[in-house]
Design a protein around this ligand. Sequence first.
Ligand code: HEC
Length: 181
Amino acid sequence: MTMLVSGCERTPPDYRPEVTLPVYSEGDADNGKVIFEEACGQCHQLTPGLNKKGPQLMNIYGATAAQLADYDYSEGLKASGWVWNAETLDPYIEDNEKVITDSKMLADPMPDASERADVIAYLSTLRAPVPTLDEDGFPVETNVDSTDKQIVNNDEQIKPLRDKAIEIPAGDANKPAADFQ
Ligand code: HEC
């Protein structure tokens, strides 16, 4: 294969296989979502390729621990051999540093078992099919409508937004997104 030499090669996003386990029903997933956003969202999001301090968590339920090629895990988590289900997620969320030697996850412990069950229920609902990938491992765009008319219309819609975007004053908006720090 011919490779283009480039100074800024992008790492392709890694995808966990889609979850096949049934949803965990001993917690309230809606409440779990609220808790997740508060307690986990600062370090975790759900889009493959966009790891924050922690790895993205799409399709985490039933997945092997530390399996994403585009995230740098601790040796302890890599060596755990764990599969993420209620039995492993519960003590991990309760206090990860107690169960994984050398854990990199600096999250506060969550002593309330029913909150943990809610978070696990929510995590078990996070499932998305793996997209078709090109030969470099990037998702192939689908649903691209390429008729000329469509492009003109899109441009009409986008132009006012684009003009507006240029006026953003210097300040917070110009800082790099936290995801990429
Ligand atoms: C302060 C940042 C931070 C917070 C808050 C946090 N995490 Fe993490 N999480 C991490 C990091 C960093 C790792 C990687 C751990 C390692 O490599 O040892 C991780 C790893 C994980 C993993 C393993 C992922 C994998 O691919 O194997 C799961 C599951 C997880 N976190 C769930 C949660 C949940 C649920 C919460 C909220 C209750 C949470 N985390 C809160 C930073 C955080």
